[in-house]
Design a protein. Structure first.
Length: 364
């Protein structure tokens, strides 16, 4: 029997490799002793690719070696921050464009090193043909994404550079404010209706992405920014890793009206595996039942239909249920879907085909 494979809407592997000073990604190939993703576990879980995100954390979280490689950044607040080491990835303090750009380039270069040194195993993809051919050749298909656009200055010059390095998807914000827009915080319970909307340069970013056919990810964006992008963009609305606010009132999740707007645009939502974004009380319960994930899938399907729901695990960026544990446990989620009445055709759509169709319709 053919096993169902997964193309995932969001992971933070590149951040994890960067923070562990694995700048050629060798531990992804050989196997990591922690985290959620590496090649052996991808093969075990039938994960054949996805959106590989670049997320730049607060300067206090950057590895010490980064500052040695970039002495020009060790000044002002950066100099102070580097001596206040922290592992708090949820630190929402603002970051400078110079730091964000340098870190973004380093993380993207990790992906390029993987694809260069292990071309028989990893491929950077920019369209559906690349993705399908890479998967056919038994490679992990990487679609490069940035989560939070702090690396890009107001004239958008850096976005051209990143596009030329393979970037095809961008979330204007993470859960902090930048020159483009404002992200939601992590207060629970709360709504995404918080903060101000897009700035003028934020609106220009949206128009530029439409022109260049760069996907715009609405995850982490506040509600007013969501509606402004919905009005400006001529592309399907996409939230790569978000859940249902009605079932879990986190501001990171989408309201009924937001889901309806995504459906009306022929857009898509990837289910986030984060237990704090699934549990109805926001609890980080490591024993969270996979049936809870299926209830969120049910709710997404009710509004978005069978073509508008996918997976966006947030692997290596979030706490997930021990019933999945890491990407090798993806078959457990598929088993739970079957137990909850999903047939193979629907499961294939959710696990990969819906992402493929949206990518084909937008990136070509």
């Amino acid at each position: 029997m053919t096993q169902i494979s997964v193309f995932d809407g969001h992971n933070d592997l590149l951040l994890a490799l960067w923070r562990s000073n694995d700048l050629d990604g060798s531990s992804f190939i050989s196997g990591r002793d922690k985290g959620h993703i590496d090649l052996p576990r991808c093969k075990a879980g039938n994960l054949n690719g996805g959106f590989f995100a670049v997320f730049v954390p607060a300067a206090t979280v950057a590895p010490e070696s980064f500052w040695s490689r970039h002495p020009e950044l060790v000044q002002g607040d950066m100099k102070k921050n580097k001596h206040k080491r922290s592992d708090d990835l949820l630190n929402t303090a603002p970051i400078s464009q110079a730091y964000a750009y340098a870190a973004t380039i380093e993380m993207m270069d990790i992906a390029h090193q993987l694809a260069k040194q292990h071309s028989d195993k990893v491929q950077i993809c920019t369209n559906i043909n690349n993705i399908e051919k890479g998967i056919e050749d038994n490679k992990i298909a990487l679609l490069l994404h940035i989560e939070g656009a702090e690396a890009i200055s107001a004239d958008l010059h850096e976005l051209e550079v990143l596009y030329n390095k393979g970037l095809r998807s961008i979330g204007p914000v993470w859960s902090r404010k930048n020159i483009f827009a404002e992200g939601v915080n992590f207060t629970f319970p709360s709504t995404p209706n918080q903060g101000s909307g897009l700035t003028e340069v934020g609106k220009e970013l949206v128009r530029f992405c439409n022109k260049k056919q760069i996907l715009i990810d609405l995850s982490h964006l506040n509600e007013v920014g969501f509606w402004e992008i919905a009005n400006i963009s001529d592309m399907p609305l996409i939230a790569t890793h978000s859940n249902v606010h009605e079932l879990c009132p986190s501001p990171r999740n989408l309201t009924a009206l937001q889901l309806s707007a995504i459906a009306a645009s022929n857009g898509i939502v990837g289910l986030n595996f984060g237990i704090g974004f699934l549990h109805f009380e926001g609890k980080k319960d490591r024993l969270l039942s996979l049936d809870t994930m299926c209830r969120h899938l049910d709710a997404l399907l009710e509004v978005l239909g069978e073509d508008g729901v996918a997976l966006g695990s947030d692997f290596d960026g979030i706490q997930i249920s021990d019933h999945i544990s890491d990407c090798s446990g993806l078959p457990n989620l598929i088993t739970a879907m079957k137990k909850n009445g999903y047939d193979d055709n629907l499961i294939k759509k959710i696990c990969s085909e819906n992402w493929f169709q949206v990518i084909k319709n937008t990136l070509g």
